[in-house]
Design a protein around this ligand. Structure first.
Ligand code: GDP
Ligand code: MN
Length: 352
C-alpha cells in the first residue's frame, strides 16, 4: 500500500525529518493564506508534477488555483485532497531512497546529487548505493559516515538515519525523498515523501488508519452475470461447480473460492459478499473438506441462514469432520448433499 504524501510527511515529522509547513484541504474547503505556496494534488500516481498535479499559487490567486487543481484529473485520478505547502526557495535538489535489493537481499540506501527528476532518468554515475548489514544496529554514526563519504551536508546523514528507522519500524518496501532540498537560506527539507508499506506485514501494524487501506480478503471473488452464486473450496472445485451450473442450463453469479482451511468467519464473510449481489437468486456451496473442516463450514452457514432465512441455497458438504458438519446442519434443519450433481439439479430447480 502506497501512502499519500500528507500521510508520509506526518510520519516524517514524528521521526524528526524536517518537512515544509503545510495544511490539507479537502474538496470544497478553502482557507486564507499569505505568501507563496505549492498546491500538491494528493493522488497516488508517479510523475504527478509533470502531469499537472503540482502548481504554485500566491495569496491573490489562491482560491482560483485551488479550484483549478480540484477540477483536474491527474493521470485519470480525481483530486480529493490538496496539500498546501509553503513554497521553498530551492537551491539544491537531492534524491534519497531506501528499498530492498533482491539480489543481495539487503536494504539499500540510494542517493543522488541530481534529485527532482525521476530516478530512471538519472545517469548511473550520479547514483550511489549503500547496502545495509541488518545484523548490526543502524546507528546514527552510520548515516553520518555515508554523508561524509558522499561529501554532502552532515544533516543529510541524520536524515538517512531517521529514514532508515521509518523503513524498518513500519515494514516499508520503499521510502523515498525526491527531492530532498537545501534552500537558499541553507535549510534542509523533505519536499516530497513516498512510503510504500508491505501489505503482508499488516498483522504487525495498524495500517488500517491509512487512507487507502483495503482489507485483503482471504478468498478470491469474481462477480459474473448469472444468478446462481457458486462458493467452493479450491479453484478447481469452484470452476467444476460453475461448469455444472452451465451444463444444467443456468449461469453462475460469481466465482468464489474460499481457499484452503476456511474457518466459519471466512465462510460467513464469503456468504455476505455473495448476498450483496442483487442478481443472486440462489447459492450453491460446494465443499470437499481437506484442510477445510466441514463443521466450521456448517457453523458459518447456520449463522448466516439465521440472519437470512429466505435465501435459496444448497450445500454439498463432504470430507474432513463431515459427521460433525452434518450433525450441525441437521440440528438446524438444513438439508445437504454428498453428490454435487444432485445439489446442482436442486439449486437450478429452486431458482426456476
Ligand atoms: P512529484 O512530481 O509527485 O514527484 O512531486 P514533487 O513533490 O516531487 O514536486 C515536483 C517538483 O516540483 C519538485 O521536484 C520541485 O522541483 C518542485 N517543487 C515542489 N515543491 C516546491 C517548492 O516548495 N518550491 C519550489 N521552488 N519547487 C517545488
Ligand atoms: Mn517527487
Amino acid at each position: 500500500m502506497k501512502l499519500h504524501e500528507y500521510e508520509a510527511k506526518e510520519i516524517f515529522k514524528e521521526y524528526g525529518i524536517p518537512v515544509p509547513k503545510s495544511f490539507l484541504l479537502k474538496k470544497g474547503e478553502i482557507k486564507d493564506i499569505d505568501g507563496d505556496v505549492v498546491l500538491k494534488a494528493q493522488v497516488l500516481v508517479g510523475g504527478r508534477g509533470k502531469a499537472g498535479g503540482i502548481i504554485f499559487a500566491n495569496k491573490d490567486n489562491f482560491k482560483e488555483k485551488v479550484e483549478e487543481l480540484f477540477n483536474k484529473e491527474i493521470k485519470g485520478e480525481k483530486v480529493e485532497k490538496i496539500l498546501v505547502e509553503e513554497k521553498l526557495p530551492i537551491k539544491k535538489e537531492y534524491y534519497l531512497a531506501i528499498t530492498i535489493d533482491r539480489l543481495s537481499k539487503k536494504p539499500v540506501i540510494i542517493f543522488s546529487t541530481e534529485g527532482g527528476v525521476d530516478i530512471e532518468e538519472f545517469p548511473d554515475e550520479k547514483i550511489v548505493k549503500y547496502y545495509v548489514d541488518i545484523k548490526k544496529p543502524f546507528l546514527p554514526y552510520i548515516g553520518r559516515e555515508i554523508a561524509k563519504d558522499m561529501n554532502v551536508d552532515v544533516r543529510i546523514g541524520d536524515i538517512i538515519y531517521k529514514l532508515y528507522k521509518i523503513f524498518k519500524d513500519l515494514d516499508a518496501t520503499l521510502v523515498e525523498i525526491n527531492p530532498l532540498v537545501i534552500t537558499e537560506n541553507n535549510q534542509i527539507y523533505a519536499a516530497d515523501a513516498v512510503i510504500i508499506l508491505d501489505d503482508d506485514a499488516n498483522f504487525r501494524h495498524n495500517y488500517k488508519k491509512f487512507e487507502d487501506y483495503k482489507e485483503v480478503k482471504p478468498y478470491s471473488y469474481v462477480e459474473l452475470d448469472g444468478d446462481i452464486a457458486v462458493i467452493g473450496n479450491g479453484a478447481g472445485l469452484t470452476l467444476a461447480t460453475m461448469d455444472l451450473i452451465y451444463n444444467l442450463g443456468k449461469k453462475p453469479a460469481c466465482f468464489l473460492d474460499v481457499g484452503g482451511g476456511a474457518n466459519r468467519e471466512v465462510i460467513k464473510d464469503a456468504l455476505r459478499t455473495v448476498l450483496k449481489n442483487k442478481n443472486v437468486k440462489g447459492i450453491f456451496i460446494n465443499i470437499l473438506g481437506g484442510i477445510t473442516k466441514c463443521d466450521e463450514v456448517a457453523k458459518g452457514i447456520v449463522e448466516i441462514l439465521k440472519e437470512n432465512p429466505n435465501i435459496k441455497f444448497v450445500v454439498r458438504l463432504t470430507g474432513t469432520n463431515e459427521e460433525e458438519g452434518w450433525k450441525i446442519l441437521e440440528e438446524n434443519n438444513i438439508p445437504y448433499f454428498l453428490d454435487m450433481q444432485e445439489a446442482g439439479k436442486k439449486i437450478v430447480k429452486l431458482v426456476e
